[in-house]
Design a protein around this ligand. Structure first.
Ligand code: ADP
Ligand code: MG
Length: 576
Protein backbone atom coordinates (compact mmCIF):
# COMPACT_ATOMS: atom_id res chain seq x y z
CA UNK A 1 0.00 0.00 0.00
CA UNK A 2 1.22 3.47 -0.83
CA UNK A 3 1.19 6.56 1.33
CA UNK A 4 -1.01 8.42 -1.13
CA UNK A 5 -3.72 5.80 -0.68
CA UNK A 6 -4.11 6.89 2.92
CA UNK A 7 -6.44 9.66 3.76
CA UNK A 8 -3.62 12.07 4.56
CA UNK A 9 -3.63 15.78 3.99
CA UNK A 10 -1.89 16.99 0.88
CA UNK A 11 0.83 18.80 2.83
CA UNK A 12 1.98 15.52 4.32
CA UNK A 13 1.69 13.51 1.13
CA UNK A 14 3.89 16.09 -0.56
CA UNK A 15 6.48 15.98 2.21
CA UNK A 16 6.56 12.18 2.27
CA UNK A 17 6.93 12.06 -1.49
CA UNK A 18 9.78 14.49 -1.29
CA UNK A 19 11.52 12.09 1.08
CA UNK A 20 11.25 9.43 -1.59
CA UNK A 21 8.88 7.22 0.36
CA UNK A 22 6.23 5.58 -1.80
CA UNK A 23 5.34 2.14 -0.45
CA UNK A 24 4.66 1.85 3.25
CA UNK A 25 6.54 -0.67 5.33
CA UNK A 26 4.53 -3.39 7.11
CA UNK A 27 4.49 -1.65 10.45
CA UNK A 28 3.44 1.62 8.81
CA UNK A 29 0.70 -0.03 6.80
CA UNK A 30 -0.77 -1.61 9.88
CA UNK A 31 -0.35 1.11 12.44
CA UNK A 32 -0.90 4.38 10.59
CA UNK A 33 -4.63 3.82 9.89
CA UNK A 34 -5.24 2.77 13.50
CA UNK A 35 -3.30 5.70 14.90
CA UNK A 36 -5.15 8.12 12.66
CA UNK A 37 -8.37 6.79 14.17
CA UNK A 38 -7.06 7.46 17.65
CA UNK A 39 -6.66 3.86 18.82
CA UNK A 40 -4.18 2.79 21.48
CA UNK A 41 -1.55 0.64 19.80
CA UNK A 42 1.28 -1.68 20.80
CA UNK A 43 3.64 -1.96 17.85
CA UNK A 44 6.36 -4.55 17.63
CA UNK A 45 8.72 -4.49 14.75
CA UNK A 46 12.42 -4.66 14.24
CA UNK A 47 14.84 -1.88 13.90
CA UNK A 48 15.04 -0.18 10.54
CA UNK A 49 11.44 -0.88 9.61
CA UNK A 50 10.29 2.72 9.69
CA UNK A 51 8.66 3.07 13.09
CA UNK A 52 9.39 6.79 13.28
CA UNK A 53 7.18 7.44 10.29
CA UNK A 54 4.64 4.92 11.61
CA UNK A 55 3.93 7.16 14.59
CA UNK A 56 5.36 10.44 13.28
CA UNK A 57 3.05 10.81 10.30
CA UNK A 58 -0.19 10.34 12.31
CA UNK A 59 1.23 12.68 14.95
CA UNK A 60 1.79 15.42 12.39
CA UNK A 61 -1.60 14.75 10.81
CA UNK A 62 -3.32 15.05 14.18
CA UNK A 63 -2.24 18.65 14.81
CA UNK A 64 -5.00 21.13 14.11
CA UNK A 65 -5.53 24.82 14.79
CA UNK A 66 -6.85 23.91 18.21
CA UNK A 67 -3.38 22.83 19.28
CA UNK A 68 -1.67 25.77 17.78
CA UNK A 69 -0.02 26.80 21.00
CA UNK A 70 -0.02 23.81 23.30
CA UNK A 71 1.63 20.44 23.42
CA UNK A 72 -0.65 17.85 21.85
CA UNK A 73 1.78 15.00 21.22
CA UNK A 74 4.54 13.86 23.54
CA UNK A 75 7.05 11.29 22.27
CA UNK A 76 9.44 9.64 24.69
CA UNK A 77 12.70 8.14 23.45
CA UNK A 78 15.46 6.37 25.40
CA UNK A 79 18.43 8.47 24.27
CA UNK A 80 19.27 11.96 23.15
CA UNK A 81 20.32 10.75 19.71
CA UNK A 82 17.03 9.00 19.18
CA UNK A 83 15.08 12.01 20.31
CA UNK A 84 17.04 14.26 17.97
CA UNK A 85 16.71 11.82 15.12
CA UNK A 86 12.97 11.36 15.57
CA UNK A 87 12.56 15.12 15.82
CA UNK A 88 14.48 15.67 12.59
CA UNK A 89 12.38 13.12 10.75
CA UNK A 90 9.12 14.51 12.05
CA UNK A 91 10.20 17.98 10.97
CA UNK A 92 10.55 16.60 7.47
CA UNK A 93 7.01 15.19 7.51
CA UNK A 94 5.67 18.52 8.70
CA UNK A 95 7.67 20.62 6.27
CA UNK A 96 4.56 21.95 4.51
CA UNK A 97 2.29 21.97 7.51
CA UNK A 98 3.24 25.24 9.07
CA UNK A 99 1.22 25.00 12.28
CA UNK A 100 3.26 22.02 13.42
CA UNK A 101 6.05 23.11 15.74
CA UNK A 102 8.36 20.45 17.08
CA UNK A 103 10.77 20.62 19.93
CA UNK A 104 13.32 18.08 21.12
CA UNK A 105 14.11 18.13 24.83
CA UNK A 106 16.95 16.07 26.22
CA UNK A 107 19.60 16.29 28.86
CA UNK A 108 23.05 17.70 28.34
CA UNK A 109 21.80 20.53 26.15
CA UNK A 110 20.81 24.10 26.85
CA UNK A 111 17.71 24.33 28.99
CA UNK A 112 17.09 27.90 27.84
CA UNK A 113 16.83 27.01 24.18
CA UNK A 114 14.39 24.22 24.96
CA UNK A 115 12.31 26.49 27.17
CA UNK A 116 12.20 29.06 24.41
CA UNK A 117 11.01 26.50 21.87
CA UNK A 118 8.36 25.27 24.26
CA UNK A 119 7.21 28.82 24.97
CA UNK A 120 6.97 29.58 21.29
CA UNK A 121 4.19 27.00 21.16
CA UNK A 122 5.67 23.63 20.30
CA UNK A 123 2.85 21.16 19.75
CA UNK A 124 4.88 17.99 19.18
CA UNK A 125 7.52 17.42 21.83
CA UNK A 126 10.08 14.65 21.56
CA UNK A 127 12.22 14.00 24.60
CA UNK A 128 14.08 11.72 26.94
CA UNK A 129 12.18 10.86 30.14
CA UNK A 130 14.55 12.62 32.54
CA UNK A 131 14.54 15.97 30.78
CA UNK A 132 10.80 15.78 30.13
CA UNK A 133 10.21 15.43 33.88
CA UNK A 134 12.54 18.37 34.43
CA UNK A 135 10.40 20.53 32.17
CA UNK A 136 7.19 19.28 33.73
CA UNK A 137 8.49 20.24 37.17
CA UNK A 138 9.52 23.68 35.97
CA UNK A 139 6.10 24.10 34.36
CA UNK A 140 7.79 24.77 31.06
CA UNK A 141 6.08 21.70 29.64
CA UNK A 142 2.35 21.56 30.27
CA UNK A 143 0.52 18.30 29.91
CA UNK A 144 -3.10 19.54 30.11
CA UNK A 145 -3.77 19.47 26.39
CA UNK A 146 -1.89 16.32 25.48
CA UNK A 147 -3.93 14.01 23.32
CA UNK A 148 -1.33 11.47 22.32
CA UNK A 149 1.66 10.03 24.10
CA UNK A 150 4.08 7.74 22.29
CA UNK A 151 6.74 5.57 23.89
CA UNK A 152 9.37 4.77 21.28
CA UNK A 153 11.71 1.86 22.04
CA UNK A 154 9.76 1.24 25.23
CA UNK A 155 11.70 -1.88 26.17
CA UNK A 156 14.96 -0.01 25.94
CA UNK A 157 13.65 2.78 28.14
CA UNK A 158 12.78 0.21 30.77
CA UNK A 159 16.19 -1.42 30.37
CA UNK A 160 17.73 1.93 31.06
CA UNK A 161 15.83 2.32 34.28
CA UNK A 162 13.28 4.88 33.13
CA UNK A 163 10.26 3.01 34.43
CA UNK A 164 9.57 5.35 37.33
CA UNK A 165 10.02 8.42 35.17
CA UNK A 166 7.72 7.04 32.52
CA UNK A 167 5.03 6.15 35.03
CA UNK A 168 5.33 9.52 36.64
CA UNK A 169 4.89 11.23 33.26
CA UNK A 170 1.99 9.02 32.24
CA UNK A 171 0.17 9.49 35.53
CA UNK A 172 0.30 13.28 35.20
CA UNK A 173 -1.47 13.30 31.86
CA UNK A 174 -5.13 13.75 31.08
CA UNK A 175 -7.17 10.51 31.26
CA UNK A 176 -8.63 11.03 27.83
CA UNK A 177 -5.74 10.39 25.50
CA UNK A 178 -4.19 8.03 23.03
CA UNK A 179 -1.31 5.94 24.37
CA UNK A 180 1.00 4.34 21.84
CA UNK A 181 3.92 2.07 22.50
CA UNK A 182 6.62 0.79 20.18
CA UNK A 183 9.00 -1.86 21.32
CA UNK A 184 11.21 -4.55 19.88
CA UNK A 185 10.46 -6.98 22.70
CA UNK A 186 7.60 -7.44 25.15
CA UNK A 187 9.00 -8.12 28.61
CA UNK A 188 6.47 -8.37 31.48
CA UNK A 189 7.32 -4.86 32.64
CA UNK A 190 5.95 -3.47 29.40
CA UNK A 191 2.78 -5.47 29.73
CA UNK A 192 2.35 -3.96 33.19
CA UNK A 193 2.55 -0.45 31.76
CA UNK A 194 0.25 -1.42 28.96
CA UNK A 195 -2.39 -2.74 31.31
CA UNK A 196 -2.19 0.25 33.55
CA UNK A 197 -2.14 3.04 30.99
CA UNK A 198 -3.54 1.77 27.72
CA UNK A 199 -7.17 1.39 26.80
CA UNK A 200 -8.04 -1.71 24.75
CA UNK A 201 -4.78 -1.54 22.85
CA UNK A 202 -4.48 -3.13 19.43
CA UNK A 203 -1.40 -5.28 19.12
CA UNK A 204 0.56 -5.22 15.93
CA UNK A 205 3.39 -7.62 15.56
CA UNK A 206 5.50 -7.70 12.45
CA UNK A 207 7.21 -11.04 12.03
CA UNK A 208 10.92 -11.04 12.80
CA UNK A 209 13.28 -8.86 10.88
CA UNK A 210 13.52 -11.04 7.80
CA UNK A 211 14.11 -7.91 5.83
CA UNK A 212 17.03 -6.78 7.92
CA UNK A 213 18.57 -10.15 8.51
CA UNK A 214 18.31 -11.45 4.97
CA UNK A 215 20.23 -8.55 3.61
CA UNK A 216 23.04 -9.08 6.11
CA UNK A 217 25.62 -11.81 5.62
CA UNK A 218 26.77 -13.06 8.98
CA UNK A 219 30.14 -14.50 9.93
CA UNK A 220 32.20 -15.24 12.98
CA UNK A 221 35.86 -15.67 13.80
CA UNK A 222 37.55 -17.60 16.56
CA UNK A 223 40.37 -15.88 18.35
CA UNK A 224 42.14 -15.90 21.69
CA UNK A 225 40.67 -13.61 24.32
CA UNK A 226 43.73 -11.41 24.55
CA UNK A 227 43.94 -11.10 20.79
CA UNK A 228 40.54 -9.67 19.97
CA UNK A 229 41.91 -6.22 19.22
CA UNK A 230 44.56 -7.63 16.93
CA UNK A 231 41.97 -9.78 15.19
CA UNK A 232 39.83 -6.69 14.68
CA UNK A 233 42.74 -4.72 13.23
CA UNK A 234 43.41 -7.54 10.79
CA UNK A 235 39.78 -7.59 9.74
CA UNK A 236 39.53 -3.84 9.34
CA UNK A 237 42.68 -3.81 7.24
CA UNK A 238 41.62 -6.79 5.16
CA UNK A 239 38.09 -5.58 4.44
CA UNK A 240 38.77 -1.84 4.64
CA UNK A 241 35.10 -0.91 5.06
CA UNK A 242 34.28 2.66 4.21
CA UNK A 243 31.89 2.80 7.12
CA UNK A 244 31.77 0.30 9.97
CA UNK A 245 30.24 0.03 13.42
CA UNK A 246 31.88 -1.90 16.21
CA UNK A 247 29.91 -2.96 19.26
CA UNK A 248 31.28 -3.46 22.74
CA UNK A 249 29.38 -4.43 25.86
CA UNK A 250 30.78 -1.72 28.13
CA UNK A 251 31.63 1.96 27.99
CA UNK A 252 35.10 1.22 29.27
CA UNK A 253 35.74 -1.18 26.42
CA UNK A 254 34.51 1.43 23.94
CA UNK A 255 37.07 3.89 25.30
CA UNK A 256 39.93 1.41 25.36
CA UNK A 257 39.25 0.03 21.91
CA UNK A 258 38.88 3.49 20.43
CA UNK A 259 42.22 4.51 21.83
CA UNK A 260 43.85 1.35 20.59
CA UNK A 261 42.50 1.65 17.03
CA UNK A 262 43.32 5.33 16.76
CA UNK A 263 46.87 4.52 17.83
CA UNK A 264 47.06 2.12 14.91
CA UNK A 265 46.07 4.82 12.48
CA UNK A 266 42.43 3.80 12.06
CA UNK A 267 39.96 6.66 11.83
CA UNK A 268 37.80 5.54 14.73
CA UNK A 269 35.62 7.32 17.29
CA UNK A 270 33.74 6.07 20.29
CA UNK A 271 30.15 6.77 21.31
CA UNK A 272 28.60 6.09 24.69
CA UNK A 273 26.25 7.49 27.26
CA UNK A 274 28.86 9.15 29.44
CA UNK A 275 29.85 11.58 26.73
CA UNK A 276 28.69 15.18 26.68
CA UNK A 277 25.90 15.95 24.26
CA UNK A 278 28.01 18.23 22.07
CA UNK A 279 30.63 15.55 21.81
CA UNK A 280 28.09 12.90 20.86
CA UNK A 281 26.59 15.09 18.18
CA UNK A 282 30.04 15.76 16.80
CA UNK A 283 30.86 12.05 16.74
CA UNK A 284 27.63 11.22 14.92
CA UNK A 285 28.13 13.96 12.38
CA UNK A 286 31.66 12.96 11.60
CA UNK A 287 30.56 9.36 11.17
CA UNK A 288 27.60 10.25 8.98
CA UNK A 289 29.79 12.44 6.80
CA UNK A 290 32.39 9.66 6.61
CA UNK A 291 35.18 11.74 8.13
CA UNK A 292 35.52 8.87 10.55
CA UNK A 293 35.07 5.43 9.11
CA UNK A 294 34.72 3.42 12.29
CA UNK A 295 32.22 4.08 15.06
CA UNK A 296 32.66 2.12 18.27
CA UNK A 297 29.59 2.08 20.48
CA UNK A 298 27.63 0.42 23.23
CA UNK A 299 24.21 -1.01 22.49
CA UNK A 300 22.38 1.73 24.30
CA UNK A 301 24.26 4.57 22.60
CA UNK A 302 23.72 3.05 19.19
CA UNK A 303 20.14 1.94 19.56
CA UNK A 304 18.02 3.06 16.68
CA UNK A 305 20.66 5.32 15.22
CA UNK A 306 19.89 5.61 11.57
CA UNK A 307 22.88 5.83 9.30
CA UNK A 308 21.91 4.20 6.07
CA UNK A 309 25.07 3.00 4.37
CA UNK A 310 27.15 1.10 6.88
CA UNK A 311 29.15 -1.65 5.14
CA UNK A 312 29.93 -3.79 8.12
CA UNK A 313 29.07 -4.38 11.74
CA UNK A 314 31.60 -5.98 14.06
CA UNK A 315 30.61 -7.53 17.35
CA UNK A 316 33.80 -7.06 19.30
CA UNK A 317 31.97 -8.48 22.29
CA UNK A 318 29.28 -11.06 21.70
CA UNK A 319 25.98 -9.34 22.59
CA UNK A 320 24.39 -10.22 25.90
CA UNK A 321 21.00 -10.66 24.39
CA UNK A 322 19.62 -12.12 21.16
CA UNK A 323 17.62 -8.99 20.43
CA UNK A 324 20.76 -6.90 20.77
CA UNK A 325 22.34 -9.03 18.10
CA UNK A 326 19.50 -8.29 15.72
CA UNK A 327 19.65 -4.62 16.53
CA UNK A 328 23.37 -4.50 16.02
CA UNK A 329 23.48 -6.24 12.68
CA UNK A 330 20.44 -4.26 11.58
CA UNK A 331 22.73 -1.21 11.40
CA UNK A 332 24.03 -2.58 8.11
CA UNK A 333 22.16 -3.94 5.10
CA UNK A 334 19.69 -1.08 5.22
CA UNK A 335 17.70 0.55 2.47
CA UNK A 336 18.04 -2.26 -0.02
CA UNK A 337 21.80 -2.69 0.31
CA UNK A 338 23.61 -5.76 1.54
CA UNK A 339 25.89 -5.66 4.54
CA UNK A 340 28.16 -7.92 6.51
CA UNK A 341 28.17 -8.69 10.20
CA UNK A 342 31.18 -10.21 11.94
CA UNK A 343 31.36 -11.56 15.47
CA UNK A 344 34.52 -12.33 17.42
CA UNK A 345 34.35 -15.47 19.52
CA UNK A 346 36.90 -16.41 22.14
CA UNK A 347 35.61 -19.61 23.66
CA UNK A 348 33.54 -22.69 23.16
CA UNK A 349 30.92 -21.23 25.39
CA UNK A 350 30.58 -18.19 23.17
CA UNK A 351 30.41 -20.42 20.15
CA UNK A 352 27.36 -22.07 21.72
CA UNK A 353 25.89 -18.69 22.53
CA UNK A 354 26.27 -17.71 18.92
CA UNK A 355 24.63 -20.94 17.77
CA UNK A 356 21.73 -19.97 19.95
CA UNK A 357 21.58 -16.55 18.35
CA UNK A 358 21.65 -18.13 14.89
CA UNK A 359 18.72 -20.32 15.84
CA UNK A 360 16.84 -17.34 17.20
CA UNK A 361 17.41 -15.19 14.15
CA UNK A 362 16.87 -18.16 11.82
CA UNK A 363 20.00 -17.09 10.02
CA UNK A 364 23.21 -18.82 9.21
CA UNK A 365 26.31 -17.50 10.90
CA UNK A 366 29.29 -18.92 9.08
CA UNK A 367 32.73 -19.43 10.56
CA UNK A 368 35.56 -17.83 8.64
CA UNK A 369 39.31 -18.03 9.15
CA UNK A 370 40.92 -14.82 10.22
CA UNK A 371 42.70 -13.35 7.25
CA UNK A 372 46.38 -14.07 7.13
CA UNK A 373 48.68 -11.08 7.42
CA UNK A 374 50.73 -12.17 4.42
CA UNK A 375 47.58 -12.55 2.32
CA UNK A 376 46.41 -9.11 3.31
CA UNK A 377 49.69 -7.59 2.21
CA UNK A 378 49.47 -9.44 -1.11
CA UNK A 379 45.95 -8.14 -1.67
CA UNK A 380 47.00 -4.60 -0.85
CA UNK A 381 49.87 -4.89 -3.33
CA UNK A 382 47.44 -6.00 -6.01
CA UNK A 383 45.24 -3.04 -5.20
CA UNK A 384 48.12 -0.62 -5.49
CA UNK A 385 49.01 -2.06 -8.89
CA UNK A 386 45.39 -1.66 -9.94
CA UNK A 387 45.32 1.90 -8.71
CA UNK A 388 48.48 2.87 -10.54
CA UNK A 389 47.28 1.25 -13.75
CA UNK A 390 44.08 3.27 -13.54
CA UNK A 391 45.84 6.57 -12.86
CA UNK A 392 45.93 9.02 -15.75
CA UNK A 393 49.42 9.37 -17.15
CA UNK A 394 51.16 12.29 -15.54
CA UNK A 395 51.81 15.51 -17.45
CA UNK A 396 55.49 16.13 -17.88
CA UNK A 397 55.79 18.65 -15.09
CA UNK A 398 57.71 16.64 -12.56
CA UNK A 399 60.68 15.51 -14.62
CA UNK A 400 62.75 18.26 -13.03
CA UNK A 401 62.10 16.65 -9.65
CA UNK A 402 63.01 13.26 -11.00
CA UNK A 403 66.19 14.64 -12.56
CA UNK A 404 67.16 16.34 -9.35
CA UNK A 405 66.63 13.12 -7.41
CA UNK A 406 68.60 11.17 -9.99
CA UNK A 407 71.49 13.58 -9.58
CA UNK A 408 71.37 12.79 -5.89
CA UNK A 409 71.72 9.12 -6.67
CA UNK A 410 68.05 8.24 -6.34
CA UNK A 411 67.11 6.84 -9.71
CA UNK A 412 63.59 6.40 -11.13
CA UNK A 413 63.30 2.89 -9.88
CA UNK A 414 64.26 3.92 -6.38
CA UNK A 415 61.81 6.84 -6.47
CA UNK A 416 58.91 4.61 -7.46
CA UNK A 417 59.93 1.98 -4.92
CA UNK A 418 59.96 4.54 -2.12
CA UNK A 419 56.60 6.01 -3.07
CA UNK A 420 54.94 2.65 -3.54
CA UNK A 421 56.36 1.42 -0.28
CA UNK A 422 55.05 4.43 1.58
CA UNK A 423 51.58 3.84 0.14
CA UNK A 424 51.77 0.21 1.16
CA UNK A 425 52.94 1.03 4.66
CA UNK A 426 50.04 3.42 5.06
CA UNK A 427 47.64 0.70 3.97
CA UNK A 428 48.94 -1.84 6.43
CA UNK A 429 49.94 0.38 9.32
CA UNK A 430 47.15 -0.94 11.48
CA UNK A 431 48.14 -4.56 11.11
CA UNK A 432 49.12 -6.03 14.46
CA UNK A 433 52.81 -6.50 14.99
CA UNK A 434 52.59 -10.22 15.54
CA UNK A 435 50.67 -12.86 13.72
CA UNK A 436 47.63 -14.20 15.41
CA UNK A 437 48.05 -17.13 17.71
CA UNK A 438 46.04 -20.25 17.22
CA UNK A 439 42.60 -20.49 18.74
CA UNK A 440 42.63 -22.12 22.08
CA UNK A 441 40.64 -25.02 23.21
CA UNK A 442 40.81 -26.87 26.45
CA UNK A 443 42.65 -30.14 26.46
CA UNK A 444 45.17 -30.40 29.20
CA UNK A 445 46.53 -33.85 29.69
CA UNK A 446 46.79 -34.84 33.30
CA UNK A 447 50.26 -35.24 34.65
CA UNK A 448 51.69 -33.01 31.94
CA UNK A 449 55.06 -31.57 32.71
CA UNK A 450 54.96 -28.10 34.14
CA UNK A 451 57.32 -25.15 34.39
CA UNK A 452 56.95 -21.82 36.13
CA UNK A 453 56.71 -18.35 34.76
CA UNK A 454 57.75 -15.31 36.70
CA UNK A 455 55.64 -12.17 36.65
CA UNK A 456 57.16 -8.86 37.69
CA UNK A 457 54.53 -7.86 40.20
CA UNK A 458 53.86 -8.97 43.73
CA UNK A 459 52.35 -8.32 47.12
CA UNK A 460 53.77 -4.80 47.31
CA UNK A 461 51.26 -3.85 44.61
CA UNK A 462 48.41 -5.49 46.51
CA UNK A 463 48.06 -8.26 44.01
CA UNK A 464 45.80 -11.21 44.71
CA UNK A 465 45.89 -14.60 42.92
CA UNK A 466 42.64 -13.92 41.10
CA UNK A 467 44.15 -10.79 39.51
CA UNK A 468 47.03 -12.85 38.20
CA UNK A 469 44.85 -15.65 36.94
CA UNK A 470 42.39 -13.22 35.38
CA UNK A 471 45.13 -11.43 33.48
CA UNK A 472 46.65 -14.69 32.27
CA UNK A 473 43.33 -16.08 31.10
CA UNK A 474 42.56 -12.80 29.44
CA UNK A 475 45.85 -12.55 27.61
CA UNK A 476 46.14 -16.15 26.50
CA UNK A 477 42.57 -17.20 26.03
CA UNK A 478 43.44 -20.36 27.97
CA UNK A 479 41.28 -21.68 30.73
CA UNK A 480 41.96 -20.91 34.36
CA UNK A 481 42.38 -24.64 34.88
CA UNK A 482 45.41 -24.65 32.63
CA UNK A 483 47.37 -22.71 35.20
CA UNK A 484 48.71 -24.32 38.31
CA UNK A 485 50.02 -23.07 41.62
CA UNK A 486 50.38 -19.32 42.05
CA UNK A 487 52.97 -18.05 44.55
CA UNK A 488 52.94 -14.36 45.30
CA UNK A 489 56.16 -12.82 46.66
CA UNK A 490 56.85 -9.23 47.61
CA UNK A 491 57.90 -8.05 44.19
CA UNK A 492 57.13 -10.92 41.87
CA UNK A 493 54.84 -13.88 41.39
CA UNK A 494 55.38 -17.34 39.98
CA UNK A 495 52.76 -19.39 38.21
CA UNK A 496 52.90 -23.01 37.19
CA UNK A 497 52.10 -23.61 33.53
CA UNK A 498 52.12 -26.63 31.19
CA UNK A 499 55.59 -26.82 29.66
CA UNK A 500 54.20 -27.36 26.19
CA UNK A 501 52.58 -23.94 26.31
CA UNK A 502 55.63 -21.99 27.45
CA UNK A 503 56.33 -20.26 24.15
CA UNK A 504 52.73 -19.47 23.54
CA UNK A 505 52.19 -18.03 26.99
CA UNK A 506 55.32 -15.92 26.87
CA UNK A 507 54.31 -14.62 23.46
CA UNK A 508 50.81 -13.66 24.42
CA UNK A 509 51.58 -12.16 27.81
CA UNK A 510 54.25 -9.71 26.73
CA UNK A 511 53.11 -7.04 27.26
CA UNK A 512 50.42 -7.63 29.84
CA UNK A 513 48.76 -5.42 32.40
CA UNK A 514 47.66 -6.49 35.85
CA UNK A 515 45.51 -4.15 37.82
CA UNK A 516 46.75 -1.27 35.70
CA UNK A 517 50.43 -2.15 36.11
CA UNK A 518 52.47 -3.13 33.11
CA UNK A 519 54.28 -6.37 33.93
CA UNK A 520 56.96 -8.50 32.37
CA UNK A 521 56.54 -12.23 32.12
CA UNK A 522 59.50 -14.54 31.73
CA UNK A 523 60.45 -18.10 32.42
CA UNK A 524 61.18 -18.57 36.11
CA UNK A 525 64.87 -19.10 36.56
CA UNK A 526 64.82 -20.99 39.79
CA UNK A 527 63.73 -24.51 38.83
CA UNK A 528 64.74 -27.43 36.58
CA UNK A 529 63.98 -26.39 32.94
CA UNK A 530 63.91 -23.38 34.75
CA UNK A 531 67.47 -22.58 35.47
CA UNK A 532 67.96 -21.57 31.90
CA UNK A 533 68.53 -17.93 31.26
CA UNK A 534 66.48 -15.98 28.81
CA UNK A 535 69.11 -16.40 26.18
CA UNK A 536 69.24 -20.15 26.56
CA UNK A 537 65.49 -20.29 26.33
CA UNK A 538 65.48 -18.47 23.07
CA UNK A 539 68.19 -20.61 21.56
CA UNK A 540 66.38 -23.68 22.61
CA UNK A 541 63.16 -22.41 21.14
CA UNK A 542 64.79 -21.56 17.86
CA UNK A 543 66.15 -25.04 17.51
CA UNK A 544 62.92 -26.75 18.42
CA UNK A 545 61.76 -27.99 15.03
CA UNK A 546 58.01 -27.97 15.34
CA UNK A 547 56.32 -25.83 17.85
CA UNK A 548 52.95 -27.03 16.76
CA UNK A 549 53.47 -30.19 18.73
CA UNK A 550 52.17 -28.42 21.80
CA UNK A 551 48.85 -29.46 23.17
CA UNK A 552 47.24 -26.27 21.92
CA UNK A 553 49.28 -26.13 18.78
CA UNK A 554 48.22 -29.52 17.57
CA UNK A 555 44.70 -28.32 17.35
CA UNK A 556 46.01 -25.35 15.61
CA UNK A 557 46.99 -27.36 12.59
CA UNK A 558 43.42 -28.20 11.75
CA UNK A 559 42.26 -24.85 12.95
CA UNK A 560 40.65 -22.05 11.10
CA UNK A 561 43.74 -19.96 11.39
CA UNK A 562 45.67 -21.85 8.78
CA UNK A 563 49.39 -21.81 8.97
CA UNK A 564 51.18 -18.96 10.56
CA UNK A 565 54.64 -17.82 11.44
CA UNK A 566 55.29 -18.38 15.09
CA UNK A 567 55.99 -15.13 16.82
CA UNK A 568 59.15 -16.54 18.16
CA UNK A 569 60.72 -16.58 14.73
CA UNK A 570 60.10 -12.93 14.31
CA UNK A 571 61.57 -11.98 17.59
CA UNK A 572 64.66 -14.00 16.92
CA UNK A 573 64.99 -12.47 13.51
CA UNK A 574 64.82 -8.97 14.90
CA UNK A 575 67.71 -9.71 17.14
CA UNK A 576 70.08 -10.77 14.41
P1 ADP B 1 13.02 2.11 13.16
O1 ADP B 1 12.60 3.19 14.13
O2 ADP B 1 11.98 1.08 12.93
O3 ADP B 1 14.34 1.50 13.53
P2 ADP B 1 13.37 4.30 11.32
O4 ADP B 1 12.10 4.99 11.58
O5 ADP B 1 14.60 4.86 11.93
O6 ADP B 1 13.27 2.77 11.72
O7 ADP B 1 13.53 4.16 9.74
C1 ADP B 1 14.65 3.59 9.11
C2 ADP B 1 14.93 4.23 7.77
O8 ADP B 1 13.95 3.89 6.81
C3 ADP B 1 14.93 5.76 7.84
O9 ADP B 1 16.03 6.23 7.10
C4 ADP B 1 13.63 6.15 7.19
O10 ADP B 1 13.74 7.43 6.60
C5 ADP B 1 13.44 5.06 6.17
N1 ADP B 1 12.03 4.79 5.85
C6 ADP B 1 11.00 4.72 6.72
N2 ADP B 1 9.85 4.42 6.10
C7 ADP B 1 10.15 4.30 4.78
C8 ADP B 1 9.37 4.00 3.61
N3 ADP B 1 8.08 3.75 3.68
N4 ADP B 1 10.01 3.97 2.44
C9 ADP B 1 11.34 4.21 2.37
N5 ADP B 1 12.13 4.49 3.42
C10 ADP B 1 11.55 4.54 4.63
MG1 MG C 1 13.20 3.99 15.83
Amino acid sequence: MRFNELNLSQEIIDAVEELGFTEMTDIQQQSIPLLLKGADVIGRSNTGTGKTAAFGIPAVESITDVNKKSVAVLILCPTRELAMQACEEIRKFSKYKRIVKTSAVYGGASMERQIMELKRGANIVIGTPGRVIDHINRHTLKLDNIRTVILDEADEMLNMGFREDIESILSKMPEEKQTVLFSATMPPEILAITEKYQHEPVQIKIKSAQKTVESVKQYYFMTAMGRKTDALKLLLTAYSPESAMIFCNTKKMVDELTEELVKSGIRATGLHGDMKQAQRTQVMNSFKSKSTSVLIATDVAARGIDVSDIDAVFNYDIPQDNEYYIHRIGRTGRAGRTGNAYTLITSRRQQYELKDIAKYTKAEITELPLPDKADIIETKKEKIIQKIVEMPSAPDNVSDILDKLASMGIDYHEVSARIINSILQKEIESLPEFDMPKPLKKGKKSGAKTVKIDISIGRSKRIAPNFILGALVDATGMSGKDFGKIDIFDNHTTVEIPETETDYILDTTNPMKINGNKVEVRLYKGNAVKEKTDKVRRTEKASKPDRRKSAYGRRKKSSIFGDYTPNRKKRTKKRH
